[in-house]
Ligand binder design. Structure first.
Ligand SMILES: [Fe+2]
Length: 342
């Protein structure tokens, strides 16, 4: 099925409803693109959302092309625009039941499953409807989560772009270290990666540096004690900056807030110790150190790969979780492949 829709809510409703009858939906936000798709494909049905910008002539052209490939046109009208060229029109407020009914009457061949000619009693009918409702709610929730995740990724990308303008080194470090942290998570706790917030936390771990003044952030040498204290505020600042994307109870927020905690309790901002430190932050701390040690700094050259591993090993049990360090050493070849270092 082809859907020409530029409205996120209606697209979501359409996809979730058609998911119930296992109909694939190709989507496009413009009538012109819809016409182009109809030159190469033959969908069983074309859905045209009246909210998509386009003249009556453009809509007619789409309807003619749909007719040429035997596809009826279902219009999703707005309060003021009924879409004259459609075979059938649904008016606000459209619900899943309306969509499935319209699809059924316009294009029954879209159904993957044969209609069941089974007599059911009212109680069974009620159970079936409840089951369908559950499936619809689940499908809608999955679609909504996917939509929220895409939005969060776009916002995260925007924040990283701002960071790149401010401090290109921190930006580049964020990309590299996220890659290390992903690989290390696979080795230590792959379930962490099923939560999309984890990877966003990896990418945005230093986003709080946006709130640190240039004279401190871009200072080439060691910082004074006062400036170091200010710089350390980036962990808490970052968690605050990202809180609309990563609420405090998410793994991603924990990475940002706790990535400078030490296994022996001497880190910051909260001085957490051992297993008090969230696992995602313990993993990230090792990945962070690996990249820091193997990158050039204004005051020193990058360590070799082997020297970086020795340094991290020496800090297992003080700075780092020994289990995570052991995983790094065991998977050293996988990490080696991620870098061009000697
Ligand atoms: Fe940091």
């Amino acid at each position: 099925m082809l859907a020409v829709s530029a409205d996120d809510e209606r697209s979501l409703l359409l996809r979730a409803s058609l998911h119930l009858i296992e109909v694939e939906v190709d989507e496009t936000p413009s009538i012109d693109q819809g016409c182009q798709l109809l030159d190469h494909t033959s969908p069983g049905l074309v859905v045209l959302d009246a909210a998509v910008p386009g003249s009556a002539a453009a809509r007619e052209r789409l309807a003619r092309k749909a007719a040429r490939c035997g596809a009826p046109v279902l219009a999703l009208a707005t309060a003021t625009d009924p879409v004259a060229c459609a075979d059938l029109t649904l008016f606000p407020d459209i619900n899943p039941h309306d969509i499935l009914g319209a699809v059924s009457s316009l294009a029954a061949n879209l159904y993957q499953q044969e209609p069941q000619a089974v007599q059911v009693c009212p109680e069974e009918q009620l159970l079936l409807q409840t089951h369908d409702l559950h499936r619809l709610v689940e499908a809608q929730q999955a679609e909504r989560l996917e939509f929220q995740h895409r939005s969060a990724q776009q916002t995260a990308r925007g924040l990283l772009d701002v960071l790149a303008l401010r401090d290109i080194e921190t930006f580049e470090h964020s990309l590299r270290v996220a890659s290390y942290a992903r690989t290390l998570s696979v080795a230590v706790a792959p379930e962490l990666l099923t939560d999309p917030s984890t990877e966003l936390g990896f990418l945005l771990h230093d986003i709080g540096k946006l709130g640190i003044p240039d004279r401190i952030l871009l200072h080439p040498g060691p910082l004074t004690a006062q400036h170091l204290k200010r710089m350390q505020e980036h962990a808490v600042l970052g968690a605050q900056v990202a809180s609309s994307l990563l609420p405090p109870d998410t793994a991603g927020a924990a990475v940002i807030h706790h990535h400078h905690e030490h296994w022996d309790g001497t880190g910051y901002p909260d001085g957490l110790k051992g297993l008090e430190i969230p696992l995602c932050a313990r993993i990230f701390a090792v990945a962070d150190a690996l990249d820091a040690l193997t990158s050039d700094r204004p005051y020193r050259r990058a360590n070799t790969w082997e020297h970086a591993l020795i340094t991290i090993s020496n800090d297992a049990g003080s700075h780092f979780d020994p289990t995570v360090v052991a995983a790094l050493l065991q998977e050293r070849h996988a990490f080696r492949a991620l870098t061009a270092l000697p």
